[in-house]
Design a protein around this ligand. Structure first.
Ligand code: PMP
Length: 403
């Protein structure tokens, strides 16, 4: 496979990048803002001298802008190294506090469609006997029912952690409905159940106003929105009972020690500014939905292909995931890459060398024949011609491989 991939690097075919959910190219204005900042402000923002305080003032402004984007207070924004770390801090931080505070074993409610940086933490804590957990199943099209989430609450429940937009199958989870139902329960609870949502894929097109979602913790990350890699945020609502995971200095309101990634913070704020108002984001979502629907309609005409996830209004605007039977992941990925198309693939075969993703398993789409899952994610530069080329190329490749 590596040899085939190496060939594709140099074959001169025009690239069609359809993996924006994995990462986006950095916006030139973001790079410039970071370079300008870096050239001038090198001080440690925690130092009390002028160089430090100048850097501090800049990151305070960026923090305030980022807070405003989700309707939070600046002191509720904790900078991390990305969504993975934010999710770890959210879940492990809440569990760590709960273990010290309560005499019972903490219970967590989550779903079967979480990103591994949520799913694996909870699985591991459960396997170690630290917590018990309930994993809410999606229906066949990947939809999560908010009432099922709430019905799983027990006396020992301390945390609900639910993805906002699935990075694998595009489901938009009704987090506002969960937040609303939970608020009613929390009014009568002895200890408050904390609500966390991973919004890494949601901040592009969804309203992430934390007051409207009624969440206590919200994760997002810079490199999914044409910002830099290695910078993320955990929103922590004032008063949330959570412990820090690392030992060190007092940075980030004592929740995340270590010198901040100052240029990353500047770039992150710039990327958010460039996304613009909610109206502008919804407008971009509408445009990209048209391309998504063309892709869905072209791909689902191919035999042996089923759509993963809901599509339509319940699916995010920029993502198409399919399972294709009779073909394995590696040959498909290699052929697509040679044809210039970059997508994300997974196995959908239970007996293969590569383990299928827990999300595809949860949809019941796995098989003991050869089968692959493919995720296409569209972005700012995706064109109708690229979608057409992708459908035609995919159809030809599938015909060739499915013999
Ligand atoms: N959560 C979701 C939903 C994601 O899509 C991703 C990125 N694949 C992450 C978490 C991890 O983000 P990061 O790369 O910033 O750690």
């Amino acid at each position: 496979l590596n040899q085939i991939m190496a060939k594709s690097i140099s074959n001169g075919v025009k690239r069609v990048y359809l993996d924006y959910a994995a990462s986006t190219p950095i916006h030139p204005k973001v790079s410039k803002a970071m370079a300008d900042f870096d050239a001038k402000y090198f001080g440690n923002p925690n130092s009390l001298h002028r160089e430090g305080q100048e850097a501090r003032a800049k990151i305070d402004l960026a923090r305030a802008d980022i807070a405003k984007f989700i309707s939070a207070q600046p002191q509720e924004i904790i900078f991390t190294s990305g969504a993975t770390e934010s999710n770890n801090l959210a879940i492990q931080g809440v569990v760590s506090f709960a273990i010290n505070e309560f005499s019972f074993k903490p219970h967590i409610i989550t779903t079967k469609i979480e990103h591994p940086s949520v799913y694996k933490i909870i699985k591991t804590l459960e396997e170690r006997g630290v917590v018990s957990a309930t994993y809410i199943s999606p229906d066949k099209s990947g939809i999560i029912n908010p009432e099922e989430v709430i019905a799983a609450i027990r006396h020992e429940t301390v945390l609900i952690s639910v993805i906002f937009v699935s990075n694998e199958i595009g489901t938009i989870v009704p987090v506002r409905a969960i937040g609303k139902l939970l608020a009613e329960i929390n009014d009568k609870q002895k200890h408050k159940i904390i609500f966390h949502t991973d919004a890494a894929q949601a901040i592009k097109y969804e309203n992430c106003n934390v007051e409207k979602i009624n969440c206590d913790l919200l994760t997002f990350s810079g490199h999914k929105i044409y910002g830099p890699k290695g910078i993320g945020v955990l929103y922590v609502k004032t008063g949330t009972k959570i412990n820090s995971l690392f030992y060190g200095g007092q940075q980030e309101y004592k929740l995340r020690p270590g010198t901040q990634n100052t240029p990353g913070i500047i770039g992150f704020a710039k990327a958010i500014e460039l996304m613009g108002s909610l109206d502008k984001r919804l407008d971009s979502a509408k445009k990209i939905t048209t391309l998504r629907d063309q892709l869905i309609s072209g791909l689902t005409k191919i035999p042996n292909i089923v759509l993963n996830g809901p599509g339509g209004k319940e699916g995010t605007s920029d993502l198409v995931s399919i399972t294709i039977y009779g073909i394995d992941q590696e040959s498909l990925l290699a052929s697509l890459d040679l044809a210039g198309i970059s997508v994300s693939t997974g196995s959908a075969c239970i007996s293969g060398a590569v383990e299928p993703s827990h999300v595809i398993v949860a949809l019941g789409r796995i098989n003991n024949r050869r089968a692959a899952s493919v995720r296409f994610t569209l972005g700012a530069k995706t064109t109708a011609e690229e979608i057409k080329y992708t459908i035609n190329t995919f159809t030809t490749i599938v015909r060739r491989l499915d013999r």
